[in-house]
Design a protein around this ligand. Structure first.
Ligand code: EPZ
Length: 421
């Protein structure tokens, strides 16, 4: 297993280009199952999760060709021969559940393995199933699989989400595009990735209104045609790199970034004493003074502070002036990075869903273990600020969501290298 060595090297300066959004792309790829015509995604990120979704779509009979180093994905759902998404592939990536809605809408049946949980939580899919039942699907859970059928096709209906689930909103929105009649999604997720999916589906001929608000209306159509869609920028990768000056000083310009993709996060950066400035090419970030201010952060559904940036923000709070409190309200176990940061000299007290971080002057490099995708990024950031070497093990977690992180950071002066193990 590969590991990455980071050596604290003081302020970093330069530009980092933000890739296409992993989470937007993972939702748009299954949309190809809704049409017989090709769907092409440009600005796709070159990540292992995208490769996993490619493997899953191919296992269903879809064609997927990846060009320009993974930047362009051309897919065709013309010959979907299978309607079974097997456990072996689904267990690798929870987003696999996003083939359920499209398969059901297109074929009238689907058998999809339950994804199972992961380190950050149980990750149930009950809201996905509730939504599809509201659209007329018959569902049965058996031997770890969801058996879904809609013999006469799906019919539009009212879906009221008790929680604004991103994935369940995506599954329901895709399924509703081919349902007979109209569908209303209430308390839908409002994330930019939902908006980008709606734009992609509309380019395929879907009739969708209200994306980005908590009420989305979809008018079903008989079929969707092909399209070419450019995937939005990855706001979580963007936020991760925007934290770099807060950790070790300097000035970074994130090319392709937009503060409007993560307003709540950018407001917290400013509150911590970091300069955030929109430029013609993206967003420029620099740190005022030699230490950031302590903050209180609560993760919420969009447009609140994103849970996917909580671990990275905690790394910066480890060396802030004063005591910070981070409350994780989206996932039940998303502080796995805390114990690893403590090994680097951080002072963190975790009680249930709340972590209290007492800022320390300096972190010390240490061997640490990556446990999940965003925790891994948090450890890399902490290594930039620490004295000495930090060795982050199990970086396969990192490769799921960050393209060439060591190259991007080396280009702004970081001492960082991958060691194959
Ligand atoms: C998406 O996951 C993202 N993944 C996650 O990013 C992100 O953390 C999450 O949204 C929240 O923003 C992708 O888009 C591929 P949810 P998703 O449904 O759809 C509970 C990353 O690091 N829930 O909004 O699974 C669930 O247990 C990943 O890139 C149910 O109870 O998120 C969790 O506590 C991590 N029942 C909460 O809702 C359900 O049916 C948020 O889940 C569905 C969800």
């Amino acid at each position: 297993m590969d590991s990455i060595r980071v050596t604290g090297n003081g302020p970093l300066y330069g530009t980092i280009t933000i890739a296409g959004s992993k989470n937007a792309c993972l939702a748009q790829m299954p949309a190809t199952l809704l049409s017989e015509e090709p769907l092409t995604l440009t600005n796709a990120p070159n990540l292992s999760d995208i490769k996993t979704m490619t493997e899953l779509l191919r296992s269903l009979g879809a064609e997927v060709s990846s060009m320009q180093n993974g930047r362009v994905l051309t897919m065709s759902g013309h010959d979907i021969g299978k309607h079974v998404a097997v456990y072996d592939i689904v267990r690798k990536m929870r987003a696999s559940i996003l083939v359920l809605g499209p398969l059901l809408a297109r074929l009238g049946r689907a058998v999809v393995s339950l994804p199972g949980g992961c380190v950050i939580g149980a990750r149930p899919v009950d809201l996905h199933l509730m939504a599809l039942e509201a659209l007329g699907a018959k569902l049965e859970l058996r031997d770890g699989y969801v058996y879904a059928s809609a013999k006469n096709g799906l019919s539009g209906g009212l879906v009221e989400f008790p929680f604004a689930s991103v994935g369940a909103t995506e599954n329901a929105m895709m399924a509703a595009t081919l349902a007979r009649g109209s569908t209303i999604l209430k308390n839908a997720a409002r994330d930019p990735e939902i908006v980008d999916l709606a734009i992609c589906l509309r380019e395929m001929g879907a009739k969708i209104k209200g994306e980005g608000t908590s009420e989305i209306a979809i008018e079903g159509t008989d079929r969707l045609h092909g399209a070419t869609h450019s995937v939005m920028a990855d706001r979580i990768e963007m936020g991760t790199y925007m934290l770099v000056p807060g950790l070790c000083g300097g000035e970074i310009e994130c090319i392709g970034a937009k503060t409007t993709l993560a307003t709540a996060f950018c407001e917290k950066l400013s509150e911590a004493g970091i300069n955030v400035e929109e430029t013609k090419k993206g967003v420029k970030v620099s740190r005022k003074g030699d230490h950031v201010k302590a903050l209180n952060v609560v993760t919420e559904t969009y447009p609140g502070f994103p849970t996917d940036l909580q671990a990275q923000m905690m790394a910066m709070m480890c060396i802030a002036n004063g005591e910070s409190v981070l409350e994780e309200k989206i996932f039940e176990n998303r502080f796995m990075h805390a114990s690893e940061l403590i090994r680097m000299g951080a002072s963190i007290n975790v009680q249930g869903g709340t972590a209290t971080v007492a800022g320390v002057k300096k972190l010390k490099g240490a061997p640490v273990m990556a446990t999940d995708l965003r925790a891994s990024a948090s450890l890399i950031l902490a290594g930039l600020a620490a004295t000495g070497d930090t060795i982050v093990n199990r970086v396969y977690h990192l490769d799921r969501g960050y393209e060439r992180i060591e190259e991007k950071l080396r280009n702004v002066g970081a001492l960082i290298e991958r060691m194959s193990g």
